[in-house]
Write a protein that binds this ligand. Structure first.
Ligand SMILES: *Cc1c(COP(=O)(O)O)cnc(C)c1O
Length: 345
Protein backbone atom coordinates (compact mmCIF):
# COMPACT_ATOMS: atom_id res chain seq x y z
CA UNK A 1 0.00 0.00 0.00
CA UNK A 2 1.11 3.55 -0.55
CA UNK A 3 0.63 6.65 1.50
CA UNK A 4 1.20 10.32 0.91
CA UNK A 5 3.49 11.92 3.47
CA UNK A 6 3.13 15.57 4.49
CA UNK A 7 6.04 18.02 4.13
CA UNK A 8 9.22 16.99 5.87
CA UNK A 9 12.37 18.88 6.92
CA UNK A 10 15.33 16.55 6.30
CA UNK A 11 17.40 16.39 9.49
CA UNK A 12 18.13 12.70 10.13
CA UNK A 13 20.70 10.53 8.36
CA UNK A 14 18.44 7.90 6.88
CA UNK A 15 18.15 5.02 6.47
CA UNK A 16 19.75 4.04 9.78
CA UNK A 17 21.50 0.65 9.84
CA UNK A 18 19.73 -2.60 10.70
CA UNK A 19 22.22 -4.93 12.38
CA UNK A 20 22.12 -8.47 13.78
CA UNK A 21 23.05 -8.82 17.48
CA UNK A 22 25.03 -12.04 17.03
CA UNK A 23 26.61 -12.42 20.45
CA UNK A 24 23.59 -11.39 22.46
CA UNK A 25 21.41 -13.73 20.40
CA UNK A 26 23.90 -16.57 20.98
CA UNK A 27 24.12 -15.95 24.73
CA UNK A 28 20.61 -14.91 25.72
CA UNK A 29 18.14 -16.04 23.15
CA UNK A 30 19.10 -19.09 21.12
CA UNK A 31 20.03 -21.24 24.21
CA UNK A 32 16.43 -20.64 25.39
CA UNK A 33 15.00 -21.55 22.02
CA UNK A 34 14.50 -17.85 21.38
CA UNK A 35 14.64 -15.80 18.17
CA UNK A 36 17.50 -14.04 16.45
CA UNK A 37 17.65 -10.43 17.67
CA UNK A 38 18.23 -7.53 15.29
CA UNK A 39 18.68 -3.89 16.15
CA UNK A 40 17.49 -0.86 14.18
CA UNK A 41 20.05 1.82 14.94
CA UNK A 42 17.90 4.91 15.39
CA UNK A 43 20.49 6.02 17.93
CA UNK A 44 22.36 6.90 14.71
CA UNK A 45 19.78 9.26 13.21
CA UNK A 46 22.31 12.00 13.96
CA UNK A 47 25.12 12.69 16.41
CA UNK A 48 24.04 15.35 18.92
CA UNK A 49 20.41 15.27 17.70
CA UNK A 50 20.36 11.47 17.86
CA UNK A 51 17.41 9.26 18.64
CA UNK A 52 13.79 8.64 17.72
CA UNK A 53 12.60 12.22 18.31
CA UNK A 54 14.45 13.46 15.25
CA UNK A 55 12.18 11.43 12.96
CA UNK A 56 9.15 13.11 14.51
CA UNK A 57 10.80 16.54 14.40
CA UNK A 58 11.27 16.27 10.63
CA UNK A 59 7.49 16.48 10.24
CA UNK A 60 6.93 18.84 13.17
CA UNK A 61 9.43 21.42 11.94
CA UNK A 62 8.02 21.30 8.41
CA UNK A 63 4.60 22.02 9.95
CA UNK A 64 6.08 24.89 12.01
CA UNK A 65 7.46 26.43 8.82
CA UNK A 66 4.16 25.95 6.98
CA UNK A 67 2.37 27.82 9.77
CA UNK A 68 4.94 30.63 9.77
CA UNK A 69 6.25 29.84 13.26
CA UNK A 70 9.73 30.96 14.29
CA UNK A 71 9.69 29.38 17.79
CA UNK A 72 9.21 25.86 19.12
CA UNK A 73 7.89 25.37 22.66
CA UNK A 74 7.96 21.91 24.13
CA UNK A 75 8.15 20.12 27.47
CA UNK A 76 9.59 17.11 29.26
CA UNK A 77 11.71 15.88 32.13
CA UNK A 78 14.94 17.59 33.10
CA UNK A 79 16.84 14.91 31.11
CA UNK A 80 14.39 14.84 28.18
CA UNK A 81 15.93 13.52 24.96
CA UNK A 82 13.01 15.03 23.07
CA UNK A 83 13.76 18.52 24.43
CA UNK A 84 17.48 18.19 23.67
CA UNK A 85 16.77 17.08 20.09
CA UNK A 86 14.25 19.92 19.70
CA UNK A 87 16.75 22.50 20.98
CA UNK A 88 19.40 21.39 18.49
CA UNK A 89 17.04 20.93 15.55
CA UNK A 90 15.59 24.40 16.18
CA UNK A 91 19.11 25.85 16.19
CA UNK A 92 19.93 24.11 12.91
CA UNK A 93 16.75 25.45 11.31
CA UNK A 94 17.19 29.00 12.58
CA UNK A 95 14.25 28.77 15.00
CA UNK A 96 14.04 29.61 18.71
CA UNK A 97 13.38 26.87 21.25
CA UNK A 98 11.74 27.21 24.65
CA UNK A 99 11.79 24.18 26.95
CA UNK A 100 9.37 23.72 29.84
CA UNK A 101 11.18 21.21 32.04
CA UNK A 102 10.03 19.16 35.01
CA UNK A 103 12.49 18.87 37.85
CA UNK A 104 13.06 15.45 39.34
CA UNK A 105 11.34 14.59 42.62
CA UNK A 106 13.39 15.96 45.50
CA UNK A 107 15.16 18.56 43.39
CA UNK A 108 15.41 22.00 44.98
CA UNK A 109 14.18 25.05 43.08
CA UNK A 110 16.59 25.98 40.34
CA UNK A 111 19.10 23.38 41.52
CA UNK A 112 19.14 21.30 38.30
CA UNK A 113 22.65 20.17 37.45
CA UNK A 114 23.53 21.01 33.85
CA UNK A 115 24.54 17.48 32.87
CA UNK A 116 23.61 15.10 30.05
CA UNK A 117 20.73 16.38 27.94
CA UNK A 118 20.19 19.53 30.01
CA UNK A 119 23.77 20.63 29.41
CA UNK A 120 23.20 20.28 25.66
CA UNK A 121 19.92 22.27 25.92
CA UNK A 122 21.88 25.19 27.33
CA UNK A 123 24.69 24.82 24.77
CA UNK A 124 22.11 24.89 21.95
CA UNK A 125 20.86 28.25 23.20
CA UNK A 126 17.40 27.07 24.21
CA UNK A 127 15.42 29.07 26.77
CA UNK A 128 14.92 26.73 29.70
CA UNK A 129 12.16 27.13 32.31
CA UNK A 130 12.40 24.61 35.15
CA UNK A 131 9.37 23.81 37.27
CA UNK A 132 8.97 21.73 40.42
CA UNK A 133 7.26 18.39 39.76
CA UNK A 134 3.88 19.30 41.31
CA UNK A 135 3.56 22.64 39.56
CA UNK A 136 4.53 21.08 36.23
CA UNK A 137 1.94 18.30 36.51
CA UNK A 138 -0.87 20.61 37.64
CA UNK A 139 -0.21 23.50 35.29
CA UNK A 140 1.34 22.20 32.07
CA UNK A 141 -1.42 23.44 29.70
CA UNK A 142 -1.36 26.93 31.23
CA UNK A 143 2.45 27.01 31.09
CA UNK A 144 2.25 26.43 27.33
CA UNK A 145 -0.36 29.20 27.05
CA UNK A 146 1.68 31.54 29.20
CA UNK A 147 4.90 31.12 27.23
CA UNK A 148 3.33 31.19 23.77
CA UNK A 149 1.54 34.39 24.87
CA UNK A 150 4.87 35.93 25.82
CA UNK A 151 6.29 35.10 22.38
CA UNK A 152 3.20 36.43 20.58
CA UNK A 153 3.59 39.73 22.42
CA UNK A 154 7.16 40.05 21.15
CA UNK A 155 5.93 39.51 17.61
CA UNK A 156 7.07 35.87 17.43
CA UNK A 157 4.89 32.92 16.55
CA UNK A 158 5.28 29.67 18.49
CA UNK A 159 4.36 26.08 17.69
CA UNK A 160 3.57 24.10 20.86
CA UNK A 161 4.83 20.51 20.68
CA UNK A 162 3.32 18.03 23.16
CA UNK A 163 5.36 15.66 25.38
CA UNK A 164 7.68 13.50 23.29
CA UNK A 165 6.32 15.05 20.08
CA UNK A 166 3.58 12.43 20.25
CA UNK A 167 0.34 13.40 18.49
CA UNK A 168 -1.26 13.00 15.09
CA UNK A 169 1.54 15.03 13.51
CA UNK A 170 4.56 13.47 15.27
CA UNK A 171 3.55 9.88 14.60
CA UNK A 172 4.35 10.37 10.90
CA UNK A 173 7.98 9.93 12.00
CA UNK A 174 7.51 6.26 12.76
CA UNK A 175 5.03 5.55 10.02
CA UNK A 176 7.94 6.45 7.77
CA UNK A 177 10.35 4.70 10.20
CA UNK A 178 8.33 1.48 9.94
CA UNK A 179 8.34 1.67 6.16
CA UNK A 180 12.12 2.07 6.19
CA UNK A 181 12.59 -0.75 8.70
CA UNK A 182 10.42 -3.18 6.77
CA UNK A 183 12.43 -2.42 3.63
CA UNK A 184 15.66 -3.05 5.60
CA UNK A 185 14.33 -6.46 6.70
CA UNK A 186 13.31 -7.35 3.18
CA UNK A 187 16.80 -6.48 1.96
CA UNK A 188 18.30 -8.63 4.74
CA UNK A 189 16.07 -11.50 3.60
CA UNK A 190 13.57 -11.93 6.43
CA UNK A 191 10.16 -10.82 7.64
CA UNK A 192 10.26 -9.71 11.28
CA UNK A 193 7.92 -11.54 13.65
CA UNK A 194 7.86 -8.59 16.02
CA UNK A 195 9.11 -5.04 16.34
CA UNK A 196 10.06 -4.05 19.91
CA UNK A 197 10.44 -0.53 21.29
CA UNK A 198 10.43 1.43 24.54
CA UNK A 199 7.25 3.44 25.07
CA UNK A 200 7.39 6.75 26.93
CA UNK A 201 4.79 9.00 25.32
CA UNK A 202 3.51 6.38 22.86
CA UNK A 203 4.18 8.12 19.54
CA UNK A 204 6.93 5.80 18.41
CA UNK A 205 4.84 2.72 19.03
CA UNK A 206 1.76 4.34 17.47
CA UNK A 207 3.72 5.08 14.28
CA UNK A 208 5.29 1.62 14.18
CA UNK A 209 1.92 -0.09 14.56
CA UNK A 210 0.31 2.07 11.88
CA UNK A 211 3.28 1.72 9.56
CA UNK A 212 3.42 -2.04 9.91
CA UNK A 213 -0.31 -2.16 9.25
CA UNK A 214 0.01 0.00 6.15
CA UNK A 215 3.18 -1.57 4.73
CA UNK A 216 3.21 -5.14 6.02
CA UNK A 217 -0.36 -6.08 6.86
CA UNK A 218 0.33 -5.99 10.56
CA UNK A 219 3.67 -7.18 11.86
CA UNK A 220 3.16 -7.30 15.64
CA UNK A 221 4.66 -4.39 17.59
CA UNK A 222 5.37 -4.71 21.32
CA UNK A 223 6.10 -1.66 23.45
CA UNK A 224 7.81 -1.85 26.82
CA UNK A 225 6.43 0.93 29.02
CA UNK A 226 8.98 2.99 30.95
CA UNK A 227 6.29 4.91 32.88
CA UNK A 228 2.49 4.63 33.20
CA UNK A 229 0.36 1.51 32.80
CA UNK A 230 -0.32 -0.61 29.72
CA UNK A 231 -3.92 0.67 29.85
CA UNK A 232 -2.68 4.27 29.73
CA UNK A 233 -0.64 3.55 26.60
CA UNK A 234 -3.43 1.70 24.83
CA UNK A 235 -5.63 4.79 25.24
CA UNK A 236 -2.86 7.24 24.39
CA UNK A 237 -1.91 5.36 21.22
CA UNK A 238 -5.55 5.17 20.13
CA UNK A 239 -5.96 8.90 20.70
CA UNK A 240 -2.85 9.76 18.69
CA UNK A 241 -3.98 7.53 15.82
CA UNK A 242 -7.47 9.05 15.88
CA UNK A 243 -5.94 12.53 15.85
CA UNK A 244 -3.81 11.51 12.86
CA UNK A 245 -6.75 9.96 10.98
CA UNK A 246 -8.84 13.10 11.55
CA UNK A 247 -6.13 15.59 10.60
CA UNK A 248 -5.03 13.76 7.47
CA UNK A 249 -8.34 12.14 6.47
CA UNK A 250 -6.91 8.65 6.73
CA UNK A 251 -9.09 5.57 6.69
CA UNK A 252 -6.79 3.50 8.95
CA UNK A 253 -7.96 2.55 12.45
CA UNK A 254 -6.40 0.48 15.22
CA UNK A 255 -8.13 -2.27 17.17
CA UNK A 256 -7.28 -2.47 20.86
CA UNK A 257 -5.78 -5.95 20.44
CA UNK A 258 -3.21 -4.56 17.97
CA UNK A 259 -1.76 -2.39 20.74
CA UNK A 260 0.52 -4.61 22.80
CA UNK A 261 2.18 -2.90 25.78
CA UNK A 262 4.11 -4.64 28.56
CA UNK A 263 4.35 -2.69 31.82
CA UNK A 264 6.24 -5.26 33.92
CA UNK A 265 9.67 -3.65 33.66
CA UNK A 266 9.16 -0.04 34.71
CA UNK A 267 10.88 -0.73 38.04
CA UNK A 268 10.65 1.93 40.77
CA UNK A 269 9.48 4.64 38.34
CA UNK A 270 10.21 6.81 35.32
CA UNK A 271 13.94 7.40 34.90
CA UNK A 272 14.75 5.32 37.99
CA UNK A 273 16.75 2.23 37.12
CA UNK A 274 17.77 -0.80 39.16
CA UNK A 275 21.02 -2.74 39.37
CA UNK A 276 19.73 -5.24 36.76
CA UNK A 277 19.15 -2.45 34.24
CA UNK A 278 22.62 -1.02 34.73
CA UNK A 279 24.03 -4.52 34.24
CA UNK A 280 22.07 -5.13 31.04
CA UNK A 281 23.39 -1.82 29.70
CA UNK A 282 26.98 -2.85 30.53
CA UNK A 283 26.40 -6.22 28.94
CA UNK A 284 25.12 -4.76 25.65
CA UNK A 285 28.13 -2.43 25.58
CA UNK A 286 30.54 -5.31 26.25
CA UNK A 287 29.05 -7.87 23.89
CA UNK A 288 27.90 -5.65 21.03
CA UNK A 289 29.52 -2.23 21.40
CA UNK A 290 26.08 -0.68 21.75
CA UNK A 291 25.18 1.98 24.30
CA UNK A 292 21.67 1.70 25.76
CA UNK A 293 20.27 4.19 28.29
CA UNK A 294 18.84 3.73 31.79
CA UNK A 295 15.56 5.60 31.13
CA UNK A 296 14.21 3.96 27.95
CA UNK A 297 16.18 1.50 25.86
CA UNK A 298 17.95 -0.24 28.78
CA UNK A 299 14.61 -1.04 30.43
CA UNK A 300 12.96 -2.18 27.20
CA UNK A 301 15.94 -4.30 26.15
CA UNK A 302 16.14 -5.86 29.61
CA UNK A 303 12.41 -6.62 29.52
CA UNK A 304 12.74 -8.18 26.07
CA UNK A 305 15.60 -10.46 27.21
CA UNK A 306 13.66 -11.55 30.31
CA UNK A 307 10.59 -12.29 28.20
CA UNK A 308 12.67 -14.27 25.69
CA UNK A 309 13.93 -16.44 28.56
CA UNK A 310 10.38 -16.84 29.83
CA UNK A 311 9.28 -18.12 26.41
CA UNK A 312 7.14 -15.18 25.37
CA UNK A 313 8.76 -15.04 21.91
CA UNK A 314 9.17 -18.82 21.50
CA UNK A 315 7.33 -18.90 18.19
CA UNK A 316 9.37 -16.03 16.69
CA UNK A 317 12.39 -16.35 14.43
CA UNK A 318 13.41 -12.71 14.11
CA UNK A 319 12.82 -9.86 16.54
CA UNK A 320 13.81 -6.30 15.72
CA UNK A 321 14.59 -4.06 18.68
CA UNK A 322 14.38 -0.37 17.77
CA UNK A 323 17.24 1.47 19.47
CA UNK A 324 15.62 4.84 20.04
CA UNK A 325 18.74 6.61 21.37
CA UNK A 326 19.09 8.29 24.76
CA UNK A 327 22.82 7.99 25.29
CA UNK A 328 23.13 11.41 26.97
CA UNK A 329 20.95 9.99 29.76
CA UNK A 330 23.72 7.57 30.74
CA UNK A 331 26.00 10.23 32.19
CA UNK A 332 23.76 11.83 34.85
CA UNK A 333 23.27 8.31 36.26
CA UNK A 334 26.98 7.56 36.43
CA UNK A 335 26.85 6.55 40.10
CA UNK A 336 24.37 3.74 39.32
CA UNK A 337 26.85 2.06 37.00
CA UNK A 338 29.66 1.83 39.52
CA UNK A 339 29.44 -1.91 40.08
CA UNK A 340 28.38 -2.84 36.52
CA UNK A 341 31.70 -3.22 34.77
CA UNK A 342 33.04 -5.53 37.48
CA UNK A 343 30.23 -8.12 37.31
CA UNK A 344 28.47 -7.77 33.99
CA UNK A 345 28.92 -11.48 33.18
C1 LIG B 1 11.26 9.43 23.94
C2 LIG B 1 12.07 8.18 23.90
C3 LIG B 1 11.47 6.91 23.78
C4 LIG B 1 9.99 6.73 23.77
O1 LIG B 1 9.38 7.17 22.61
P1 LIG B 1 7.86 7.68 22.67
O2 LIG B 1 7.54 7.98 21.29
O3 LIG B 1 7.88 8.88 23.58
O4 LIG B 1 7.06 6.58 23.29
C5 LIG B 1 12.29 5.81 23.70
N1 LIG B 1 13.62 5.93 23.76
C6 LIG B 1 14.24 7.12 23.89
C7 LIG B 1 15.71 7.13 23.99
C8 LIG B 1 13.49 8.27 23.97
O5 LIG B 1 14.10 9.46 24.10
Amino acid sequence: MNIEYPARERLANLPTPLQPLERISDHFSMPYGGPKIWIKRDDLTESAMSGNKLRKLEFIIAEARARGCNTLITCGGEQSNHCRATALAAAKCGLKAHLILRQGAGARDGAAVPDGNLLVDYLAGAEVSLYPLREYIDQLPSLFEYWSGIYEKQGDRALCIPTGGSDGLGIWGYIQGAQELLEDCQRAGFTPDQLICASGSGGTQAGLILGSQIFAEGVQVTGYAVCDSAEYFVNKIREDVEDWARRYQQPHRLEIQQIQVIDDYIGPGYAIATEEIYQTIALAAQLEGILLDPVYTGKAFHGMLQDIKAGRYADCENLVFVHTGGQFGVFPQRSGFRSSWADAE
